[in-house]
Design a binder for this molecule. Sequence first.
Ligand SMILES: Nc1ncnc2c1ncn2[C@@H]1O[C@H](COP(=O)(O)OP(=O)(O)OP(=O)(O)O)[C@@H](O)[C@H]1O
Ligand SMILES: [Mg+2]
Length: 328
Amino acid sequence: MSLVKIFQEHPERRYIMFGGKGGLGKTTFSAATAYYLAQQGHRVLVFSVDPQASLSDIFQQDIFGKGAVQIMPNLFAQEIDADQRIKAYQEEIRQKIFDMYGLEKIPDEIENYIQAAAAEPAMEESAIFDQVVDIVVAAEFDYYIYDLVPLGHALYYLSMASVYDEWIEKITKLREEMREYEQMAARIKRDEEVQEDLILQELQDIKYRIQTSSSILTDKERTAFFFVCVPEEMILIDTQKAAELFAKFDVPLSGYIVNRVLPDALMQQPNIPEYLRNRYKMQQMYNTKINDLFGQDVLAWVPEFERDITGLPMIEKMAEVMFGNGTN
Ligand SMILES: Nc1ncnc2c1ncn2[C@@H]1O[C@H](COP(=O)(O)OP(=O)(O)OP(=O)(O)O)[C@@H](O)[C@H]1O
Ligand SMILES: [Mg+2]
């Protein structure tokens, strides 16, 4: 099996994720896959939920917090700015209070609450998550490529069922609290019918968003998850463990990509330094192990490039290796 075959045989898998430990190549493969799919004529969004996102680095363009930025025809990239989102929430709440009760100024108590809620650690995750829901529900692209955070954290996003539960709980709680303040404000101005209508409408909207996005994200048919690993002992152990965990969460695993493989051709040259020869031998041992462990599920062996993968020409090279006949 190869990467290109997976995409050809499963055109219904529109939500693409690369998982793995830190620094193994998730962002690189996300960008290269986005590039390949865009070249094939699909409209693609690659987006990052990581506050330390590096899509700006790889595309050599500042895209942070700017929405979906077009990189080339069919290819869009987005880095989510959680702070911006939180500020927007706060403004929304203030605006609602103004609109509902026609107050001139937000009462101090309510303003304090709005500030405190924004400082909650869960708020950032909630804001990021909310934005992901927005992106997916908008359905403006053929493919969505999630540039994931390192494994441990990615699990959080992937255990969607529990995330949604937590999220709903959080929102309900915030909403209850908000209601208290709203009631307080209502005592100042009576306008309860309007208030109930608006809240109901909003709850229905949230319910719709949750249902739509959760049905997409937990959908085995439409999600493809790839594990990135490198031929090293500890990484292999971790990858196996993670694969077991993911299986528990029912994440549909599409296969493995092995990165930073020393090219065979290198070893055919004369006068190879001892150091390199040893590394090559070590890798060969782990490559055998990878074949034993994952067999048919290994979709690509990606060589170590001569430099970092940044800028479109390098991304193109990477895409050729991944999707051309680049297996060795
Ligand atoms: N095959 C390769 N050859 C050379 N450099 C590579 C290769 N794959 C990745 N890199 C480089 O390694 C670094 C880490 O890669 P990348 O950012 O894709 O990893 P990541 O898994 O997204 O990391 P993080 O977990 O921090 O998000 C980058 O500088 C990238 O350009
Ligand atoms: Mg990354």
